[in-house]
Design a protein. Structure first.
Length: 126
């Protein structure tokens, strides 16, 4: 085998190994929960739902952020709820292994006339 063929084979092997590591790493769903004025909401209850999988739950941190990682490819929906605020459900978004899907959620005060909303943000790394 010529050195040129060996170099090409080595490059292909490295590319395959890198792609395999990305898929093995799993994907992530993350985001931030804010009030209607754009202030972070710490302590909001976040639930991650996927068809055929157990729901995962956590609360937002001091900056209103949440993060679920190690997820397999699939369609994931996110819900957010907090006392005194109208809950919101984000429709399912497709997640591919190795990528991150981000959601921005705004919770409106309960009975305040404003509707809570969810916006799928750009996907870092995609």
């Amino acid at each position: 085998m010529s050195s040129r063929c060996r170099s090409f084979s080595l490059v292909l092997a490295l590319l395959a190994a890198t792609a395999g590591a990305a898929f093995a790493a799993g994907g992530a769903v993350e985001g931030q929960v804010q009030d209607a004025q754009g202030k972070p909401l710490p302590g909001a209850a976040i639930t991650l739902l996927a068809a055929g999988k157990a729901a995962q739950s956590q609360t937002t941190d001091a900056q209103g952020n949440f993060h679920f990682d190690g997820l397999t490819s699939g369609v994931y929906a996110v819900t957010a709820a907090m006392a005194g605020y109208a809950p919101v459900a984000c429709p399912g978004g497709r997640l591919l292994s190795g990528l991150t899907r981000r959601f921005e959620l705004k919770l409106a005060a309960a009975g305040g006339g404003t509707v809570s909303s969810c916006v799928p943000a750009t996907e870092p790394g995609s």
